[in-house]
Design a protein around this ligand. Structure first.
Ligand SMILES: [Zn+2]
Ligand SMILES: [Zn+2]
Length: 250
């Protein structure tokens, strides 16, 4: 009895809050209709395309065609990345692109609460059962962290690391160079841009550990690759990559 009355009064408070601050979609900011689930409106939810198969089993890039078997992409055929494998939740287009922009540049940290648990779910189903990873968010340069006020990858990584068998380390890896935004660069420039940008601060923390790198977006996989190289040099065992969104294969 006591239980249900506490719940009722919580719901009552929520109804009042909703009257004063009607809930909006975290992506497009449209007002949500009464009875609609909180978080994301149905339109934006439909606009999120999962980065499912067919995809490259190594870097996780989804193929546009949407049919056929998983197969190695051209890039991985030519040169395998330093990480074992990577996966993403969404294709980086449409509502996912909008969501990431709001998350990163609009300071909508609430999106981590919405997408973090889903990213954790993907990690749980995808990672081999023997992997008990140290979850490492891709770091921002200190200057960018000061500008933005938060590291979007860390906000996501916290949810992933909250699972049994996982641990979080957001200090092990450091970004040394203040690099221009990746979106402004071509593929080769992008790669040159991130190589040697990362350094492991505390090698003992990653020694012989399986690492799960977490980032918001992966465009070509070059950031994950550069982080992986630094971690392997420092003695890490295997590296896996997990991102919220991934650009489709060109
Ligand atoms: Zn929306
Ligand atoms: Zn690939």
């Amino acid at each position: 009895m006591k239980h249900s009355s506490a719940r009722e009064s919580r719901e009552e408070v929520r109804r009042w809050i909703d009257l004063v601050y009607p809930p909006r979609c975290a992506v497009c900011e449209r007002f949500l209709q009464p009875g609609e689930a909180r978080g994301i409106c149905p339109g934006c939810r439909d606009g999120l395309k999962e980065a499912g198969p067919p995809l490259c089993p190594c870097c996780g890039v989804p193929f546009e065609a949407g049919t056929g078997e998983n197969r190695l992409c051209e890039r991985c055929l030519r040169e395998r990345p330093a990480y074992e494998a990577a996966r993403s939740l969404f294709v980086y287009e449409g509502a996912a692109l909008e969501a990431v922009h709001r998350f990163k540049y609009g300071g909508k940290t609430r999106l981590a609460k919405i997408f973090g648990p889903r990213l954790a779910g993907l990690a749980r189903t995808w990672l081999p059962p023997d992997v008990q990873p140290l979850v490492v968010p891709v770091p921002l340069h200190l200057r960018r962290l000061r500008e933005r006020g938060f590291n979007q990858s860390l906000l996501l990584a916290r949810h992933v690391a909250a699972q049994p068998g996982c641990a979080l380390d957001f200090l092990a890896l450091r970004r040394n160079r203040y690099t221009p935004p990746q979106a402004a660069l071509g593929r080769d420039e992008r790669r040159g841009n991130v190589q040697a940008a990362f350094e492991v601060e505390t090698p003992a923390a990653v020694q012989d550990r399986d690492i799960l790198l977490v980032d918001d977006v992966s465009t070509t996989g070059s950031t994950l690759d550069a982080c992986s190289r630094a971690l392997l040099r420092a003695g890490a065992r295997r590296i896996f990559g997990l991102t919220l969104a991934r650009a489709p294969a060109p």
